[in-house]
Design a protein around this ligand. Structure first.
Ligand code: AMP
Length: 115
């Protein structure tokens, strides 16, 4: 855990968030500034700053993180309608919180093309 990381504190239950899924490896909670009717962030409970910091040892964790997405999508009622997964990494992607997080965005038709 990184003591100055807001998402570590959410994973540890030290600051409030609307948690929609939690297990020993990952936590999912509603984004505080949703950009669509469904906007969930899924994070590893372990502090990993960004995609660039993933190690080979993190592969089972990241597989698990992706694996919980359909369960959360089902809870949110967007399995059939679809949803977008986004992982912002670094400045050009506007990554603001330096704790790896996967955005699940859905509940409305997404804009296309991306970028
Ligand atoms: P980004 O780093 O650009 O991929 O996005 C960070 C996301 O975290 C933004 O969509 C914020 O609205 C969201 N966020 C920041 N602080 C909180 C918080 N305390 N609870 C929930 N979502 C948050």
């Amino acid at each position: 855990m990184s003591t100055d990381c807001i998402f570590c504190k959410i994973a540890a239950g030290e600051i409030p968030a609307t948690v929609v899924y939690r297990d020993e490896l990952v936590t999912a909670f509603r984004d505080i500034h949703p950009v669509a009717p469904t906007h969930i962030l899924v994070i590893p409970n372990k502090h990993i700053p960004s995609t660039n910091d993933l190690s080979e040892a993190d592969q089972p964790l990241m597989g698990h993180l992706l694996g919980v997405v359909p369960k959360i999508a089902a809870q949110e009622g967007v399995v059939q309608s679809g949803y977008r997964l986004i992982v912002n990494t670094g400045p050009d992607a506007n990554q603001v919180v330096m704790h790896f997080h996967l955005h699940i965005i859905g509940g409305q038709r997404m804009k296309y093309p991306m970028g």
